[in-house]
Write a protein that binds this ligand. Structure first.
Ligand code: GDP
Length: 451
């Protein structure tokens, strides 16, 4: 797809910085940038050069910028791209933006550069999504996974699966279309076996979502327990060591303290419910309700018990019902109780900790990591990381299950094919590709039926 308009945007984040970048993409990128920067010599592809930023009205030099020209198709969008990089002053960048628009560029829509990269076929949908994930990543591990997907790891996995599906479709189509040409129909047992060779890797892929989702979105761990058990102290211990290089997520409306930490590269939002400490009964019940709420919204619950106090009814309630979430139990203040992780009435395994001395915090962290990475697949080379991808994979699997049923019911192959095409469409929606041409090509190249 070729666009006839040229888009422009400030590609660096809002605010001031050492450098800022105004990016142009489209057929007019060069012819717009050259007069904006009053360049006498044309921009050369693949070269960076200096250019003065001169105010049009006064002729005053405002700054000096580095200008890079990427000639189509060797650019991010596959179109002509010019990047103008002056100092990162919002005023300066805004001025360049307005000048580019005055010379015929159009303000880019959000994500439009990447959209153009997709429309030109340089990136498929999963790769385009990965660009977004890479930018949004808050840990190196997240960045690594996003970068793999950006380089096509998921697309390649899907392509391999699709190849098998297309081969099966081609074989069935050939049987139907050219039956009189002595091409044997595939026996049903073989069709089922071939469907399964598609189902198995697709199912494996679907299973990666449990971990892919966690890698991409992170998870929430609620620290609950009685007032004074040491929740805040444990929270601080965990945060001190593992704080991610991000600020706490805004928008937490309840009176809960949250902090984002990185555990094995997975962003984990720790929620300290200690703020729910109250004295009178009414307020306490509100606190318990809020703590329940925090547990319901969490992916993992950490119950902190006080080693020096007997098991309270409230703790028993949490032990019995923790929102259906995985539960880790810490018996804190073990410095006051000989480090014993046992407690009367407690029937499950617990970790002895002391937020005061730091004892057991390593074990606590290990227990958290074990829970988080429980779903991690043997190979992280291709992960399904978002709901759209997961839905597409599930649709493809559903259609394959139907195809299998159609074969079992000895339906005509035309009916089986309908389901197989449905599955193919779902896989194509995953990568955003189209497929019919592929299938035709494969049929004719394989069977050499050149009538
Ligand atoms: P929260 O109400 O559950 O958040 O409990 P805090 O973290 O505020 O701790 C309550 C009190 O217990 C504070 O005085 C802490 O210093 C103390 N405390 C917390 N953890 C420990 C621990 O492991 N050992 C000892 N000896 N005191 C602790």
């Amino acid at each position: 797809m070729i666009h006839d308009d040229t888009i422009v945007a400030i590609s660096t984040p809002p605010g001031r910085g050492g450098i800022g970048i105004v990016r142009l993409s489209g057929p007019g990128a060069r012819s717009i940038a050259e007069p904006v920067l009053r360049l006498r010599n044309p921009l050369a592809a693949g070269h960076a050069r200096f250019a003065a930023v001169i105010e049009a009205e006064t002729g005053d030099v405002l700054d000096e910028a580095v200008v890079t020209f990427f000639e189509a198709p060797n650019s991010y969008t596959s179109e002509d791209v010019v990047e103008i990089a002056p100092h990162g002053s919002p005023v300066l960048l805004d001025y360049l933006l307005r000048e580019a628009i005055a010379h015929g560029a159009r303000l880019a829509e959000p994500g439009e550069f990447t959209q153009r990269a997709f429309l030109s076929g340089r990136l498929d949908l999963t790769q385009a999504e990965a660009v977004h994930d890479l930018i949004e990543s808050t840990t190196l591990h997240q960045a690594r996974i996003a970068a793999q997907q950006m380089r096509g790891s998921l697309s390649r996995r899907v392509a391999l699966i699709k190849e098998k599906l297309v081969a099966l479709i081609a074989a069935l189509e050939a049987g139907i279309d050219f039956a009189e040409d002595d091409i044997d129909l595939l026996p049903n047992g073989q069709i089922t076996a071939q469907i399964d060779t598609v189902v198995t890797p697709l199912q494996e892929l679907a299973e990666t979502f449990a971990y892919g989702r966690i890698v991409r979105d992170g998870l929430t761990l609620a620290i609950v327990g009685r007032p004074n058990a040491g929740k805040s102290s444990i929270f601080n211990r965990l945060v001190q060591r593992d704080r991610a290089i991000v600020t706490a997520t805004p928008g937490t409306t309840r009176d809960l303290v949250t902090e984002r930490v990185s555990l094995e590269g997975i962003p984990v939002e720790l929620v300290d419910t200690a703020g729910l400490r109250h004295t009178n009964d009414e307020a306490e019940s509100i606190g318990i309700a809020k703590s329940r709420e925090a547990m319901a919204e969490a992916d993992i619950v950490l119950l902190v018990l006080d080693a020096t106090a007997p098991l309270h009814a409230e703790d028993e309630a949490t032990l019995a019902e923790h929102g259906g979430r995985p539960l880790i139990v810490a018996i804190n203040k073990c410095d006051l109780s000989n480090g014993s992780p046992r407690k009367d009435g407690l029937t499950r395994a617990a970790i002895a900790t002391s937020a005061l001395t730091g004892e057991g915090i390593v074990d606590l962290r290990a227990a958290m990591v074990a829970l988080i990475t429980k779903s991690s697949p043997a190979s992280e080379s291709a992960l399904v990381t978002n709901v759209r991808q997961q839905q597409a994979v599930n649709e493809a699997l559903h259609a394959l299950a139907q195809a299998r049923q159609a074969v079992a019911a000895e339906m005509p192959h035309e009916m089986v094919l309908l389901d197989l095409y449905e599955s193919l469409r779902a896989l194509d929606s995953l990568t955003g590709a189209t497929a019919t041409d592929d299938i035709l090509n494969l049929i004719f190249s394989r069977f050499c039926i050149g009538k």
